[in-house]
Design a binder for this molecule. Structure first.
Ligand code: SS9
Ligand code: ZN
Length: 342
């Protein structure tokens, strides 16, 4: 299986995020992608290829123009307003606010961000674009007949919606790839999101769409970030009714319970019979993840990969979360190896 990777991810390097009332060093850091790349090479999983540049068009298929325009100039605008350091929002509109487009960068940050954990740095836009190109290049491989590909995306994407960033995500790489597969002729796509956190952005993007099945296994949003979505009664709307499946699990979940939810998710995907599968691959379900509370072992990731392989679908793995840097590369390789060796 080929891995798509670009060193441009390093251009996004936030210093601090707001965690539990304190500014803490960012857990979503460049070292993450470097560790994964190192283990992929070490495991000789296949060729590592560079992304192609697909330009803005495929991004506009998923995100709105005003949002993309904002992201493009956000850091420059922040600097022009004489702000030092990374751009972080500190004021948000509410349901009683006026809804005209804000002019000041401080207001725009609150308009487009849904959390205070996602700093915008000088290179964030370029890194986010390169991350999307990594996913698009992976999607292209699959369209061209590859059985599987791994898009080593950073920054991640599953929390970004049509016009909101947050959860370390700016562009929804998995959604952009899914839309590209559809545009390249797939009649339907399933997205399986195994990140510890609910993929609220991906869910929102396809909530009304019957041709994209979104299945997510994640920590119960009653207890865990992103809190405001990911409940089991969210099943899609309108034409998309029934094409969203949330499988929330309590904090502390071990492999056995996880595997049961996985079987339910895989069965739904099997019945849906999509033209291709995208896996939003977060390994922050690992027992030693610093910001998450499931308890999967490194060996469980191999089994996870093997289970996904039983679907026998053309599959694009898109990297999402996973913050225990020591074990991160090994855990990702385990998923991919489990998938390949089945
Ligand atoms: C934990 C703060 C969590 C956001 C997490 C985003 C995960 C992306 N107290 N902050 S996969
Ligand atoms: Zn996560």
């Amino acid at each position: 299986m080929n891995t798509v990777y670009s060193a441009e991810h390093q251009l996004h390097h936030g210093k601090h995020e707001l965690i539990d009332g304190r500014l803490e060093p960012c857990v979503e850091k460049p070292e993450r992608a470097e560790r994964i790349l190192k283990e992929i090479r070490h495991a000789k999983l296949g060729e590592v290829i560079a992304p192609q540049d697909f330009g803005l068009e495929p991004l506009t298929r998923v995100h709105n123009q005003a949002y993309l325009g904002f992201l493009q100039t956000a850091y420059r605008d922040w600097q022009a307003a004489h702000k030092l350091g990374d751009a972080l929002p500190y004021v948000w509109p509410t349901s009683t606010s006026r809804h005209t487009e804000p002019r000041a960068i401080e207001a725009k940050l609150g308009r487009y961000a849904f959390d205070a954990g996602t700093p915008i740095t000088p290179g964030s836009w370029q890194a986010a674009c390169s991350s999307a190109n990594v996913a698009l290049t992976g999607a292209q491989r699959v369209t061209q007949g590859a059985h599987a590909a791994f898009a080593l995306c950073r920054p991640p994407g599953h929390h970004a919606s049509r016009a909101h960033y947050g959860g370390y995500c700016f562009l929804n790489n998995a959604s952009i790839a899914a839309q590209a597969l559809l545009d390249q002729g797939a009649s339907s796509v399933a997205i399986l999101d195994v990140d510890y956190h609910h993929g609220n952005g991906t869910q929102a993007i396809f909530y009304h769409r019957p041709e994209v099945l979104f299945v997510s296994i994640h920590a119960d949003p009653a207890q865990e970030y992103p809190y405001f979505s990911g409940y089991s009664d969210e099943t899609g709307e309108g034409a998309g009714e029934g094409a969203t499946l949330n499988l929330p699990l309590p904090q502390g979940t071990l492999w056995d319970d996880y595997a049961e939810a996985l079987e339910v998710g895989l069965e739904r995907i099997h019945v849906f019979a999509p033209g291709a599968l995208i896996v939003s691959l977060g390994v922050d379900t690992f027992k030693h993840d610093p910001i998450a509370r499931f308890r999967l072992e490194s060996t469980n990731f191999t089994t996870l990969g093997a289970h996904i392989a039983t679907l026998k679908l053309p599959t694009l793995f898109v990297m999402e979360g996973g913050y225990a840097v020591e074990a991160l590369g090994g855990n990702v390789v385990n998923v991919l190896r489990g998938f390949l060796e089945r």
